[in-house]
Every structure is written in C-alpha cells, then in structure tokens.
Design a binder for this molecule. Structure first.
Ligand code: HEM
Length: 220
C-alpha cells in the first residue's frame, strides 16, 4: 500500500493556517463580526500572521529540547503562511481602509511610528518569503542563513507594532498591553534560547534527560 505523503505535523500546520481564513469567512457569513468590520479584519489577520511567526520561531527550540527535527522542515510553510496573512493584512489596510489612495496612505504610514515599524517588518518579510525556496538556498549559500536571521529583528518589530496599535506604553502600563506583552515575552524566550551558550546548555540538558528515559523497543 502507498504510504500517506503527509505527516501529522504537516497536516496540523496547513489546517491551522487555513482555519484563520475559514473562520473569517464563516464569521462574515453569519454576521459574527464587530461593528467596525475593516478594523476587525485588520486585527485578526495581523494577529494570525504574528501567531504563525511565533510558531515559526518555536521550531528550533523544539529541535534543541526534544531532538525532534521535523519542525525544522516545516519552517518554510510557517514562514510562507506568515507572509500570506501579513500580505492580506496590508492589502486590507491599503484597499479597504485607504481605497488604494497611495499618497494619502504613504503620508499616514510615515506619520505614525506604529505603521512605520509594521511597514519595515513587512518589507523585511518579502525577501525572506521569496528566498525561502531550495533554489535560493543553493544560490545564496552562506548568505541565505544570514538573510534569514532577519527574522530575529523582524519579530520584535511586529510586537512593537502590535503594542503601539493598542496605544500601549510599557513604562506607564497604559493601553491593552497584556496580549502584546505575552507575545513579546514568548518571542524573547525563543530568541534567547538561540544564543549559542544557552542553546548548548539546553541541548546537553536534553541529552541527559533523554538518557534517563527507557530505551525504545526496536521493531521486530
Ligand atoms: C505596511 C505594513 C503594515 C501596515 C500598514 C499595518 C497596519 C495595521 C493597522 C492599521 C493596525 C491596527 C488595526 C486597529 O486596531 O485599528 C495593525 C495592527 C496589527 N498588525 Fe499590522 N500592519 C502592517 C504590517 C504588519 C505585519 C508585517 C504584521 C505581522 C507579521 C502585523 C501584525 C499586526 C498585529 C498583530 C496587529 C494588532 C492586532 C490587534 O489589535 O489585535 N502588521 N496593523
């Protein structure tokens, strides 16, 4: 019998990614949308993009801690879905919010620092999405890894964009800062565990823990 070509993790990622759009369509069809539908769409697509970005950053720590390498192979799908949602988010802003009036839109973006950081994050996402394919990995060689390290800079920018969108101020604890702070904390942890000495310590801790587990029975 032919082996099923997809792993459970692959299926889960695709279902989760498309679920965001399916839910949006369902909520629209059933009228379960806020009185400001454009803002609702912007917020949901923005949050979904950020959540997928967080899941992307989770792949390496999972591999370090559990010696499970499959998540590393799924980073491309998560990155492309992040880009897909971010693009929809930006299109909603440009089209539904500003009716594609580019000069007014540009003026608005330049004047608001929360939009400036969002725009920088989006611009950085573009080369990452384009070069996420194997052909670019081969072409760029060592530079591919360097380029894709931009994600470590981009992720905190998105959190800042989120925090400022909520009129959040950490110093005076004003605005709806809880959710952006939670995202920020998770991203900070995922970035800290990539620092080489910390990553090394985690990997050896994980090896010690795994050696305490009973050995797996080999297939007969
Ligand atoms: C040119 C780039 C971007 C523009 C113009 C833009 C625009 C906006 C606007 C207008 C809002 C506020 C919606 C509201 O509450 O009224 C928003 C919120 C948000 N955006 Fe963006 N954005 C951009 C890039 C991004 C990117 C690249 C991401 C993620 C990868 C992102 C994630 C978010 C998140 C998480 C929120 C907060 C959602 C919430 O309030 O629950 N944005 N964005």
């Amino acid at each position: 019998m032919k082996k099923f070509p997809y792993t459970p993790l692959q299926i889960a990622i695709h279902i989760y990614a498309w679920f965001g759009i399916a839910l949006l369509i369902f909520d629209f069809a059933t009228g379960n949308i806020s009185p400001n539908p454009v803002q609702d769409l912007e917020q949901r697509t923005g949050r979904h993009a950020l959540t997928l970005l967080v899941l992307l950053l989770l792949c390496t720590p999972i591999n370090t801690l559990f010696k499970w390498s499959e998540p590393l192979k799924r980073r491309r799908a998560l990155g492309l879905y992040t880009f897909m949602y971010a693009t929809i988010h930006v299109i909603i802003f440009a089209d539904l919010d500003y009716g594609l009036a580019w000069s007014r839109l540009l003026q608005e973006v330049i004047q608001k620092s929360r939009l400036v950081v969002g725009a920088i994050a989006f611009i950085l996402l573009i080369p990452l999405a384009i070069t996420s394919f194997d052909i670019w990995k081969k072409r760029l060689g060592k530079n591919w890894k360097r380029l894709h390290q931009l994600v470590y800079f981009l992720a905190p920018l998105v959190v800042l964009h989120y925090l400022w969108s909520k009129k959040g101020d950490i110093l005076s604890l004003q605005g709806e800062i809880l959710k952006p702070l939670i995202y920020g904390l998770i991203i900070a942890i995922f970035l800290i565990v990539r620092i080489p000495p910390i990553k090394k310590a985690l990997a050896s801790f994980s090896t010690r823990m795994m050696s305490l587990l009973p050995p797996k029975k080999s297939a007969a």
